[in-house]
Write a protein that binds this ligand. Structure first.
Ligand code: 5GP
Length: 204
């Protein structure tokens, strides 16, 4: 697909439990930012109140793999074993057709991939939890995953933390109000920045 059109891309990546989803939800409420959430596809089961088409497009593993074969993804990752997640090209097209900027809540590898594909129009933000210990406490409190799944997420967190310096900005989430304000300012600055699509060389 061609990307010489459309708005800005805002990526929020972080270890699971660092608070990035809270930040992204807050940003979506700010009308001035003109953001729309990029609904990812995933092969994992829905949990809690999650809705198909709103939180994720919940696909069977078979359907997910078919989209991979058909080259329908802008990026995809096997974030946890047998749990695939990916951004469909059609999702970006849908949001750009609405005249809006796209905000992503995706893992660090996917986030950096989008930054690499669209270096000019992407703002890539890493949300850092105060510590891995704090992350564990937050995940346990959330009570949405089994102990085994929590341990899997914690193990991955250390690896993810090491990628932080490759992002445009790091927000330390030790105080939520401060983190929300910092995120709002960063996104506003990025959206206001002029950008000339003609000078872009974004295609891989
Ligand atoms: P969860 O299962 O907690 O909803 O998400 C697990 C991880 O997958 C999170 O880090 C989340 O940001 C990431 N994720 C969600 N959607 C995508 C996506 O489309 N692509 C990639 N690469 N990661 C995603």
């Amino acid at each position: 697909m061609t990307h010489n059109k459309g708005g800005k891309l805002i990526v929020f990546s972080a270890p699971s439990g660092s608070g990035k989803t809270t930040i992204v939800k807050h940003l979506l409420k700010q009308d001035a930012l003109n953001l729309e959430f990029s609904v990812s596809a995933t092969s994992r089961a829905a949990r809690g109140e999650e809705e198909h088409g709103k939180d994720y497009y919940f696909l069977s593993l078979k359907d997910f793999k078919q989209h991979m074969k058909d080259d329908d993804f802008l990026e995809w990752e096997e974030v946890y074993r047998d749990n695939f997640y990916g951004t469909l090209n059609s999702e970006i097209e849908r949001i750009w057709a609405m005249g809006k900027n796209v905000i992503f809540d995706i893992d660090v590898v996917g986030g950096l991939r989008i930054k690499r594909k669209f270096p000019e129009r992407t703002l890539a933000v890493f949300v850092k939890p105060p510590s891995v210990e704090e992350l564990k406490i937050r995940l346990k409190k959330r009570k949405t995953e089994s102990d085994e799944k929590i341990n899997m997420r914690i193990a991955k967190a250390s690896v993810e933390m090491a990628t932080a310096p490759r992002f445009d900005h790091i927000i330390l989430n030790d105080n939520l109000d401060k983190a929300l304000l910092e995120a709002e300012n960063l996104v506003m600055d990025h959206i206001l920045k002029p950008f000339n699509t003609d000078n872009l060389n974004e295609e891989e």
